[in-house]
Design a protein around this ligand. Structure first.
Ligand code: MN
Length: 438
C-alpha cells in the first residue's frame, strides 16, 4: 500500500486514505465465550436471555463501519447499476486461468446480482490448472464453466444483456473480443490490477492498491449488498472461497494490509475452516513437481533476481510456472523470480511463451517491470501486466507455433525463445551490461 509509484496515484480510487479505521465495540465476556466455543458458525444473534432481550441483534465488532465517502459512493453506484439491470442475464468473464481470488470474487458478484434478479454465468476460456483451484471448485460446487472461444462463437449471445469482469480488465481473457463483437456491453468491472487501458464500462471499481479483489467484494457484502447467512450452505462455501482468495493473493495474509485483515475478520464469522483446510491440502501433480525441478536446475541468479526457463509444458500444467516462481523467490538473496516456458495446447495446435513473476521487493512494480521488459505487440497491446508482488506475461509464438516431429527443431526453437526472453529480462536486471550480442 505504500509502495505506490506516484505516476499511478491518479488511478487510486478508494484506498488512498485508509477507509476503514477500526473502532472495536466494547465486548462482553459472554459473547467472547460464545465465539470461542463455536468458531465456525458464530451466530450474530445473542442466544442468551440475560442481555437486554432475546433475538436482539448483537454486533460483536464494529469493524464494518465507518467507510470513506468514496467507498459509500461506490456501494451506492453498484447498487444502482444492478437495480437498473434487474432481470438481465450477464456473462461473468474470468481470466483464462482463473485463480482463487477471481473465482471467489465472481461467485460473490453472482450471489449479489441474484438479489437483483440478475442471472449470471461464470465462464473462463483456459483451464483450472492449479490443484487448489480444481479442489476449490469441486469442494464448494463453485458454479463456473469452461467456455472456449470456439464454443462461445457458436452460441447465441443475444440472451445476454451485459457482462462483468472480475479480478481482470478483459486483457487476460480470450473471450472478451467475441463478446464485444456481439455488442454485449461491459456492465461492471471490479479489479485490483493496475489500469490496463481505456475501459468502456458502466460501473468501474479498480483499486490497484488493494491486495485482493476478494477484499473489495467482501467490503460490498459488509456494506449490505448481500447479507451472508451462516445457515445457508452456499454462503458458507462462498465465504470460504473468499477467504481462500484473499489469502492466496496476500501470500497467506503475510502481505495483507489492514483492509484485508478486516475483510478476513468479517469472513471468519461465516467461513468453514475445515473446508478451507481441505482445499489447501490438495497435492501437486508429478508434472508440476517436474517443472519445479527444471526451474531449480535452470535458474540463474543475478542482482537478486532468479530467472529460469523450463522448456515445454502441457497446457494443463501451465500453473506449474507461477508455482515454480513462488518457490524460487524463497531462496536467500533473491527478491524476485521469473519463470517461463512454452505452453502447448494440443487441441488447438497453439504455442505460447508463458511467464510468471513473483517479488518480495516492495519498490518493484511487477506491472511496470513486465511492460518495460517485453513492450507491446503490433496492435499496441502489452504482453502482460501485474498487480502488487505478482505479474505474468504471454507471448504468442505466431508463425513459429505448432508441434514438430523433430526434437532437434523443438530444441532449437526453445533455445531461441529462451535466449530472447532472458535477454529482455537481463537488460532490466543488469542495466549496465549489454546482452544483445551474446
Ligand atoms: Mn487477484
Amino acid at each position: 500500500m505504500h509502495d505506490s509509484s506516484p505516476s499511478l496515484d491518479s488511478l487510486l480510487l478508494l484506498t488512498e486514505t485508509h477507509p476503514l479505521s477500526v473502532q472495536v465495540a466494547p465486548n462482553t465476556v459472554e459473547q467472547t465465550d460464545q465465539f470461542a466455543a463455536r468458531p465456525l458458525q458464530p451466530s450474530l444473534r445473542s442466544q442468551s436471555s440475560n442481555h437486554s432481550g432475546a433475538n436482539q441483534i448483537v454486533q460483536p465488532f464494529a469493524y464494518d463501519v465507518p467507510r470513506s465517502s468514496e467507498q459509500s459512493q461506490k456501494v451506492e453506484e453498484l447498487h444502482q447499476t444492478l437495480e437498473r439491470h434487474r432481470g438481465d442475464r450477464q456473462l461473468l468473464i474470468l481470466q483464462d486461468f482463473p485463480d482463487p481470488d477471481a473465482l471467489s470474487s465472481a461467485w460473490t458478484y453472482k450471489l449479489i446480482a441474484q438479489k437483483y434478479d440478475i442471472q449470471c454465468e461464470m465462464v473462463y476460456a483456459g483451464t483450472l490448472s492449479h490443484q487448489e483451484n480444481v479442489a476449490l471448485v469441486k469442494l464448494t460446487n463453485l458454479p463456473v464453466q469452461r467456455l472456449t472461444p470456439q464454443v462461445l462463437k457458436s452460441r447465441d449471445l443475444s440472451k445476454y444483456q451485459g457482462c462483468a469482469l472480475l479480478d481482470n480488465q478483459g486483457t487476460t481473457s480470450q473471450l472478451l473480443p467475441s463478446v464485444q463483437q456481439a455488442g454485449i456491453p461491459i456492465t461492471v468491472v471490479i479489479d485490483h490490477h493496475s489500469m490496463q487501458g481505456d475501459l468502456n464500462a458502466e460501473f468501474v471499481d479498480i483499486r490497484p492498491y488493494t491486495r485482493a479483489t476478494a477484499t473489495i467484494l467482501t467490503q460490498y457484502l459488509q456494506a449490505g449488498l448481500l447479507k451472508l447467512d451462516s445457515n445457508t450452505s452456499e454462503h458458507v462455501k462462498c465465504a470460504t472461497a473468499l477467504m481462500h482468495g484473499l489469502r492466496s493473493d496476500t501470500n497467506a495474509l503475510r502481505q495483507a494490509g489492514e483492509e484485508d485483515f478486516l475483510a478476513a475478520a468479517y469472513l471468519s464469522r461465516f467461513y468453514d475452516a475445515q473446508l478451507l483446510n481441505a482445499v489447501l491440502q490438495s497435492s501437486r501433480s508429478r508434472q508440476v513437481m517436474d517443472v519445479i525441478e527444471r526451474a531449480l536446475k535452470n535458474r540463474i541468479v543475478q542482482n537478486n533476481f532468479s530467472i529460469a526457463g523450463v522448456g515445454y509444458l502441457r497446457y494443463d500444467d501451465r500453473d506449474a510456472i507461477p508455482q515454480a516462481a513462488d518457490f524460487l523467490v524463497t531462496e536467500e538473496n533473491v527478491h524476485t523470480a521469473v519463470v517461463y516456458g512454452i505452453v502447448h495446447d494440443e487441441d488447438e495446435e497453439l504455442e505460447v511463451v508463458v511467464g510468471s513473476l513473483r517479488t518480495d521487493k516492495l519498490t518493484l512494480d511487477p506491472d511496470e517491470f513486465i511492460k518495460e521488459a517485453f513492450g507491446q505487440d503490433a496492435q499496441g497491446r502489452f504482453f502482460g501486466g501485474g498487480r502488487s508482488q505478482a505479474g505474468g506475461f504471454e507471448i504468442p509464438l505466431g508463425f513459429l507455433s505448432g508441434f514438430t516431429e523433430s526434437s532437434e527443431y523443438a530444441k532449437m526453437k526453445w533455445g531461441v525463445f529462451d535466449a530472447q526472453v532472458k535477454q529482455k529480462l537481463l537488460r532490466l536486471v543488469n542495466p549496465d551490461q549489454h546482452y544483445p550480442n551474446s
